[in-house]
Design a protein around this ligand. Structure first.
Ligand SMILES: [Zn+2]
Length: 454
């Protein structure tokens, strides 16, 4: 008797290793699964929202069974069969892939919500003085713990993280991500001009430090990646950007930077790089434009720049809450999606006021209203999970609840009895009512500090 996949066409996944598990004579009703401990890394049961691999849609399975192998990858995902003996793992919750924060600043954790914008004055008065504190080892460690705690508390399992310019703080961040079981793509934030001396680092020294961190941490446990992060053109010399591009090419690393967030920033950039035709051309001219580049903001890109982002398969981190808070404007998300651009959502803490990717999705909805091209909750939750994984170049392993994918999960409390539309609305907009119940990477629940991690 085949599993009943009615209502879930094309989405009953079972790998060869477990094919027929629930169909085998003698195993009907998941008798074999009933012997497994519910909530273990092997089998979960519950309400699931599963992103499609390519279309920006989510499939609701009211009662799903998710089976994992010993390495924490899914072997099967589909509706639970009748009389399944496995108990619901998290009653009253919905299971989604782990959220992906495509743009966040670890050394801004403690200045979240500092209303000193717009962008350039905010950097000078709030951000650079705070980031200078990360020269102190104890401070860097304390904030790294708070930062990882905040990610776990909000169901985020993977983040693209700007560190400070300090190699020691970046090493501390990587060690903390590793110990807390999270995924991260990070590196030293490269800046050799345009900021106070105590957050600058000479180009070659900074790149050498990033290379050393790469040696130590890249691909650690398959969860951590080093990234090359020229902060933005204003704070980077031409030599630094060329060196960054070379390091990224040599090791096939993700490159992260900001672009066209604020009109004053665009004017200042044009003055610094008069030979480049526009802001994107600055990065193109220094070898940074490639499918491994993730551009944060893109609020004020020109038509031609948008087309070149699409043509070069550059990814975008959309940070609507930050854009509201600093008064930067609203990115035309629908337009980027229609161009086929890979887009993830970014909290951009500390200009963003929350680590919650659900709140960021809500802000993205508001931003889409502002520009007059609505992007609804289903697409936004897809972007906050599957879209982010793709934007960060990790779409082969992350962002789907399907065999072969890593079982990174966010489990969110949402009242039962909702149809799909109401459930998507609740996840996106009813933040007061639905806290994150559990956050898992490869099927393992990540502990919070309250769970005696310390
Ligand atoms: Zn940022």
């Amino acid at each position: 008797m085949p599993n009943d996949d009615a209502g879930y066409p094309g989405f009953l996944f079972r790998s060869g290793a477990v094919r027929g598990t629930c169909d085998d004579p003698g195993l009907r009703g998941c008798a074999i699964l009933g012997s497994l401990k519910p909530g273990s890394a092997t089998t979960f049961r519950g309400r699931v929202l599963a992103p499609d691999a390519t279309e920006r849609t989510l499939t609701l399975i009211d009662d799903a069974l998710l089976q994992l192998d010993d390495s924490g990858r899914f072997t099967s995902v589909g509706p639970a069969p009748p009389e399944c003996a496995v108990e619901e793992t998290w009653p009253g919750a919905v299971i989604l892939p782990g959220f992906v924060d495509a743009h966040v600043h670890y050394p801004q954790t403690r200045v979240l919500g500092s209303a000193s914008g717009p962008l350039l004055p905010w950097l000078q008065s709030t951000v650079f003085p705070e980031e200078a504190r990360f020269a102190e080892a104890d401070y860097a460690l304390a904030v790294a713990e708070e930062f990882c705690e905040a990610l776990i508390a909000q169901g985020t399992t993977l983040a693209a993280i700007y560190s400070s310019s300090h190699p020691s703080a970046t090493d501390t961040l990587l060690a903390t991500l590793d110990r807390r079981g999270l995924r991260g793509v990070t590196g030293v934030t490269l800046m050799d001009r345009g900021a106070p001396q105590n957050v600058l680092r000479e180009a070659q020294e900074a790149l050498t430090a990033n290379a050393e961190l790469h040696e130590r941490w890249h691909e650690r446990d398959g969860r951590l990646q080093l990234s090359v992060i020229p902060r933005f053109a204003i704070s980077c010399s031409a030599a630094l950007m060329r060196g960054a591009a070379e390091q990224a090419r040599e090791h096939a690393l993700l490159v992260q930077t900001h672009i066209s967030e604020n009109l004053d920033e665009i004017t200042a950039t044009a003055a610094l790089f008069p030979d480049s035709g526009d802001y994107l051309a600055v990065y193109e001219d220094h070898g940074l434009a490639s499918p491994r580049l993730v551009l944060a903001h893109c609020v004020h890109l020109t038509d031609d720049e948008w087309q070149r982002v699409a043509n070069n398969d550059i990814a975008v981190a959309h940070c609507p809450d930050s854009n509201f808070f600093l008064g930067s404007g609203s990115m035309p998300l629908r337009r980027a999606l229609d161009l086929g651009i890979r887009v993830g959502l970014g909290s951009d803490v500390g200009a963003g006021r929350t680590f919650s990717m659900r709140r960021v999705a809500a802000a993205a909805y508001d931003a889409s209203l502002v520009v007059g091209e609505i992007v609804g909750p289903e697409e936004l939750l897809w972007l906050a999970t599957r879209g982010g994984a793709q934007a960060l170049g990790q779409g082969e392993a992350l962002g789907c609840l399907a065999p072969g994918f890593d079982a990174d999960l966010s489990v969110v409390d949402v009242a039962g009895g909702l149809d799909k539309s109401a459930l998507l609305d609740a996840l996106t907009f009813r933040h007061d009512a639905g806290p994150v119940r559990a956050t898992l990477v490869r099927g393992q629940v990540l502990k919070t500090l309250a769970g005696n991690v310390r």
